[in-house]
Design a protein around this ligand. Structure first.
Ligand SMILES: [Zn+2]
Length: 171
């Protein structure tokens, strides 16, 4: 119970959510991520120095020499990544910034011409970014252009339990 005790995962998760909501930590996926030995500089989440014997994750946000950089301990990086995905579930993501995960059903706002748009449940097949109407299984009509998307409402534990999915039975 000394001051030197590092904060627990739960405390860091709460901190990550608060900082993302306040705009103090990014909500968007990093443009580039590097792993390496610690630089001795403070972690952007927990604030502790990342020593040269620890793994440091350095993230660049955006392109260009002036793009902001954040750095995390390996553990803090995972916590931030989980928290930002949670935050992203509740907000619209522009297609130009990020495509939905391969094959995942998401809600998308789609421009259908003449300044009109519709919201549909779609999935995006990579590569080639082929958008399918999930209800019909058909590609979107020519000229329909997805603008932004968001995750459908899912139980919060979905991402955390993915590793425990049952393995398919043999035929
Ligand atoms: Zn840290």
């Amino acid at each position: 119970m000394s001051d030197a005790t590092p904060p627990g995962d739960e405390a860091l998760r709460t901190l990550a959510r608060e900082r993302i909501a306040a705009g103090a930590l990014p909500r968007d996926k990093a443009t580039h991520t590097w792993g390496g030995l610690g630089s001795g500089l403070p972690c952007s989440l927990c604030g502790e120095l990342i020593s040269r014997t620890e793994t440091e994750m350095e993230l660049q946000l955006g392109d260009g020499v002036d793009a902001p950089v954040v750095r995390f301990h390996l553990r803090c990086h995972l916590i931030w990544e989980t928290a930002r995905r949670e935050a992203a579930r509740n907000s619209w993501i522009r297609v130009v910034d990020e495509l939905p995960p391969q094959g995942a059903a998401v809600e998308a706002r789609i421009a259908i011409g003449e300044g009109r748009s519709v919201i549909l449940t779609v999935s995006c097949e990579h590569p080639g970014a082929i958008w399918l109407n999930v209800n019909t299984g058909e590609p979107l009509p020519a000229g329909w252009r997805p603008i932004e998307w968001r995750y459908l409402e899912v139980p919060r534990t979905e991402t955390e339990s993915r590793a425990e999915l049952p393995t398919p039975r043999r035929a």
